[in-house]
Design a protein around this ligand. Sequence first.
Ligand code: NDP
Length: 391
Amino acid sequence: MAKVLCVLYDDPIDGFPTSYARDDLPRIDHYPGGQSTPTPRDVDFTPGHLLGSVSGELGLRRFLEERGHTLVVTSDKDGANSVFDRELPDADVVISQPFWPAYLSPERIANARNLKLAITAGIGSDHVDLDAAIAADVTVAEVTYCNSISVAEHVVMMILSLVRNYLPAHRWASEGGWNIADCVARSYDVEGMQVGTVAAGRIGLAVLRRLKPFDVRLHYTDRHRLPRELEEELGLTFHPSAAEMVPECDVVTINAPLHPETEGLFDDTLIGSMKRGAYLVNTARAKICDRDAVDRALRSGQLAGYAGDVWYPQPAPADHPWRTMPHQGMTPHISGSSLSAQARYAAGTREILESWLDGTPIRDEYLIVDKGGLAGTGSHSYSTGSSTPAK
Ligand code: NDP
């Protein structure tokens, strides 16, 4: 029988919801490109309910306990005496979300003597030291595509919010003001702007597609070029590197994975090469940007705005400069954890567990590490010997 250790974010401060703003979710069977949404044999949760917090338990308890397995759910993941560290040594499976990552460092993997499977309930397994997972023969799987469109929608929202100065204007209204000049003194139209994405994978391409109707000029850089028909359909300009793209852009969105090529990419030099007053939106990973360089650029006016939902570490400390720097639209790490996304990644986690417990293959597109090497999606998106060390 397996012990499954699941690390989830805390319940809402007012308690676990007993009712919801909406009664249902749209039914989505396939992602763009044709991959099917998760296909577990069954689920024990109501899609649209809060599943990603401790009491939501990703809807897994009944499924696991009816089969005789043990489920331990905690949000206490950091510090020497955390519940996570105490429960890890005999856990067979660890489940964690990038929003509230249980960092699986080499030391923790060494302590997890029974660990066979690490599931990311979401996308992005950079909180797992993949080299250590490979060495320990731990399978790493994530729910590929589950929240890519959720993030793309968030990116578009953040671009519009920054450029149009939405958040400060909303603050004036809720605080009782009617200060139109204060609201509009930093407000522009997106129409006609040059907008570029660093990476045009699932999220980056979805952002480009969503921005096309705004009559902007679209740019991208990526390790591989998109098909020519797609470039023509969206009117895309390809640039061989971020360094060549960003000086041309009014808005830059980062949609690349964190790995050595991208870690610290947006430093003083690259940000300094952007147009004065450009906007930067990063929902990929915080460490792609130099924390203090972003702060300096907002204070000097080199950047007109920065928004994103990714921080390092997570949760961010109360004194993290990105909480208080000017002209920012930061949120906690939420873009990929809408109730819509949660229904997909809870179902995907269940699908992965069903396969693993039954001894049947996990979908190739969900695999990052398997049988002592990168596998499936992992062999395309990650590289061995070069993972950015987990915290
Ligand atoms: P994909 O794997 O679909 O796309 C990533 C793209 O990045 C690929 O096209 C890849 O190129 C490209 N790439 C890799 N390295 C570079 C580089 N150095 N320069 C330019 N392009 C590069 O991933 P997704 O679009 O689904 O997700 C992207 C990232 O977003 C994830 O890695 C994750 O970190 C983050 N994310 C954030 C979430 C959130 O909640 N905020 C939720 C989900 C993801 P190629 O494959 O051609 O080599």
